[in-house]
Design a protein around this ligand. Structure first.
Ligand SMILES: [Zn+2]
Length: 487
């Protein structure tokens, strides 16, 4: 096995595997699935007096893709609302930016409203929010008693609406459950129910399990004609699954206030299928990167960006094909570095969508981070595997994480101060040089990394010239404008 593969697998096994036994993981999964898929639909139909029903519960998020790391404490679902799905109930039109659509109910008159002047777009929003309210109430009623599993139980802690900008109008609601282990008491006589007792406080290991529920409407792909680019219609899986529209709005000023905001189109169901089919080697590389980037999370390189890069890389090699895990890692990092340079990462299903949204205050830091990581791992890749101990390589990665984390507070402060381009660059360049300085002893310790600090400093210096020349050009142009009015 190549040296890089050994390094990646070692990090993966140490930091990414679940910290619970397989039995307990399965137990939590079974209980959550039972709650959301078996119990919730019936209860909701009943509680809403037949007004709302769930057409489909869609598994979403990393747990079901088998890419969740460390703890099975996050389960995401999308709930497709029956009454708000299909072309007979919903009408779509182009949104203000790619990947978004305006959504209207086709027959506003069937939705009795207290204010009859609600327009069809507003009516859609109200209906989804009302559906969400029923979901929350039904779950509270279903969880009056804890759910019992084979090894533990889940009890409700809270269910809240979360997100920006106004909590009450957010599109995601999170149910927080507490998982606690149960210990079987005594031997069980045939025919009697199993008796459990909760472990005493010292033994108790409560885990908070979050269940995110996002409601949406489902429409066949044909409803998105003129809204999604041609390329989407070539995707076979998308044609079969159709797309969903969620309440998340464009948050842009081009949609006029009061006329309704356009809503995000989701490809989650198809994306889940793609992720599940990936060879396990891609998943190992992805999980390892998720772990690594969680320490630099402030820089906004979130898991969705990494996932998009994974999907691009894996499809370039043929979906489902195996790849040496180190090679996969390098390919993903290359895509991320390219995005950091160009500030662009096309969505996998909708290439007209740019999923790379890193604010200018972090632009350079992210770029240097990507250059650094790619250098680190390609240098390991170049080494012959002679059975050497991989600890020395892990030390370098730990040193990088440590020095980044020790500057995390000052880095996060940067986003709050809006400054000029020059100041922003200055600040980021200096912050990166500080981080590099702290990690330098560990890098110089190993001959294969000893050039990295120098190479990175050259990158920073190069940008100094670029930024200064841009500032200089700006100054000349504004001077000319002042002195030669015709310009
Ligand atoms: Zn919009």
């Amino acid at each position: 096995m190549p040296l890089l593969d050994r390094v990646v697998r070692r990090i993966h096994d140490e930091h990414c595997r679940f910290r619970l036994s397989d039995d307990e993981v399965k137990d939590i999964e079974d209980m959550v699935l039972h709650l959301v898929k078996d119990l919730l639909p019936g209860r909701l139909l009943n509680d809403s007096g037949g007004r709302y029903s769930i057409a489909e519960v869609i598994e979403a998020g990393s747990y079901f893709e088998q890419t969740k790391i460390q703890l099975p404490n996050e389960f995401d679902f999308m709930l497709a609302v029956d009454q708000l799905s299909g072309e007979e109930s919903i009408f779509l039109s182009e949104g203000c930016k790619p990947g978004y659509a305006h959504v209207r109910v086709t027959e506003p008159q069937i939705w009795d409203t207290t204010s009859c002047d609600d327009d069809p777009e507003r009516r859609f929003e109200i209906a989804l929010l009302q559906f969400n309210m029923y979901v929350r109430e039904s779950l509270k009623l279903l969880l009056l008693e804890p759910l019992r599993g084979r090894f533990g139980q889940l009890e409700i802690k809270e269910i809240v609406v979360r997100g920006k900008p106004f909590k009450a109008f957010s599109h995601v609601q999170t149910l927080t459950l507490l998982y606690s282990e149960l210990r079987c008491t005594d031997t069980v006589e045939p025919g009697t129910t199993l008796l459990y007792e909760r472990l005493s406080t010292e033994q108790k290991t409560d885990i908070e399990v979050c269940v995110d529920l996002m409601s949406c409407c489902h429409l066949p792909l044909s409803a998105f004609k003129n809204i999604l680019p041609e390329k989407c219609f070539e995707n076979e899986a998308l044609s079969v699954n159709g797309c969903h529209v969620v309440l998340k709005s464009c948050e842009s000023n081009s949609c006029v206030e009061g006329q309704g905001k356009c809503r995000l189109i989701s490809y989650t169901k198809t994306e889940q299928g793609c992720m599940k089919r990936l060879d396990v080697s891609w998943k190992v590389a992805y999980r390892m990167l998720k772990w690594l980037f969680q320490y630099t999370g402030v820089l906004e390189v979130d898991t969705y960006k990494i996932k998009t890069a994974v999907l691009h890389c894996s499809s370039a090699r043929g979906q489902g094909e195996a790849v040496p895990v180190g090679e996969g890692l390098i390919a993903i990092l290359r895509v991320l570095r390219k995005s950091a340079f160009s500030d662009n990462l096309p969505g996998y299903f909708n290439p007209s969508l740019n999923v790379w949204s890193v604010r200018p205050c972090y632009h350079y830091l992210v770029k240097y981070e990507m250059i650094f990581l790619l250098k680190l791992f390609t240098n390991i890749q170049k080494c012959r595997d002679e059975g050497q101990n991989v600890d020395v390589y892990l030390d370098v990665i730990n040193a990088w994480i440590y020095s980044f984390c020790s500057h995390a507070v000052e880095i996060s402060k940067m986003a709050k101060t809006s400054t000029s381009r020059l100041e922003q660059f200055n600040w980021q360049g200096n912050a990166f040089l500080d981080i590099l300085k702290d990690a330098e002893p560990a890098l110089k310790n190993n001959v294969i990394f000893s050039w990295i600090p120098f190479q990175l400093k050259c990158h920073v210096l190069c940008d100094v010239f670029k930024v200064l020349s841009l500032v200089f050009m700006d100054k000349i142009v504004s001077w000319l404008r002042l002195n030669i009015p015709l310009l």
